[in-house]
Design a protein. Structure first.
Length: 246
């Protein structure tokens, strides 16, 4: 797809996932690229530095990878009796490694045992949830990434079907029946990416536009799901939520 865009000689490539940004970067050194993603663009080699991107790439980073341990903390607040929880990761996603590392550290701090399961196709989902039940895990944290985000409603439905308390990064998951979410505001980060795209289309060069970070975070909670899972939500926790789905 990236090669096709280059062949069409488009004026700009707007890449809204880590995988898309890497594909675009590999496909062209001349067409401007604006990315929106949660990964570290310097570590991935997309830009030379945040303040001086260099080359033809710049963009917006959000905090969904950085705050992944906060999702584990949120699950711990909602299910304080849980001693073992599962982290579901797409091993093919570039963000998998830092999420695993950070959540392992967070789990040790919270005194939790963290069991890691993998899913990179939809066919993996049912076996994963069956395994979660077999492990008698107290809850599930879903890793960030485009594969899971695109299937948030399906994952929320499975969490409901298997009665698994689950926390993810976005509101779509909670609206579909998932227990809770905590992560960056996609509206905010996409707005910033759109502004950068507009500036590039008006003649500014990516190398002159420092990488920006979207810092707005949101928490959503589904009270109907808490009741079905017999979870008692502490009042301070529900008060912190940006939106409570009833």
């Amino acid at each position: 797809m990236a090669a096709d865009l280059v062949h069409r000689q488009v004026n700009l490539i707007l890449a809204t996932t880590t995988t898309a940004a890497l594909a675009a970067k590999a496909a062209t050194t001349t067409i401007p690229i604006v990315f929106e993603m949660g990964s570290d663009p310097v570590r991935l080699g997309l830009v030379a530095s945040l303040s001086r991107p260099g080359g033809n790439v710049t963009g917006i980073t959000q905090l969904n990878i950085v705050v992944a341990p906060k999702r584990l903390e949120l699950l711990h607040e909602l299910v304080p009796t849980a001693t073992m929880v599962v982290l579901l990761i797409d091993p093919t996603d570039p963000v998998a490694e830092p999420i695993i590392r950070d959540l392992q550290t967070a789990a040790r701090t919270l005194g939790l045992q963290l069991h890691i399961l993998n899913a990179s196709t939809e066919a993996d989902f049912d076996p994963v949830f069956t395994k979660i039940v077999q492990l008698r895990a107290g809850g599930l944290v879903l890793g960030a990434g485009a594969f899971f985000t695109a299937r948030a409603e399906q994952l929320a439905a499975l969490a409901l079907r298997y009665a698994v308390p689950a926390v993810y990064e976005g509101r779509t998951f909670v609206m579909a029946g998932g227990l809770a979410s905590y992560g960056s505001s996609l509206i905010d980060s996409y707005r910033l990416a759109g502004l950068y795209a507009g500036r590039v289309l008006k003649g500014e060069k990516p190398t002159d536009l420092p990488v920006q970070q979207s810092t707005k975070l949101e928490m959503f909670l589904n009270l109907k799901t808490t009741k079905s899972l017999c979870i008692s939500v502490p009042l301070p926790l529900s008060g912190r939520a940006d939106e409570v789905i009833e």
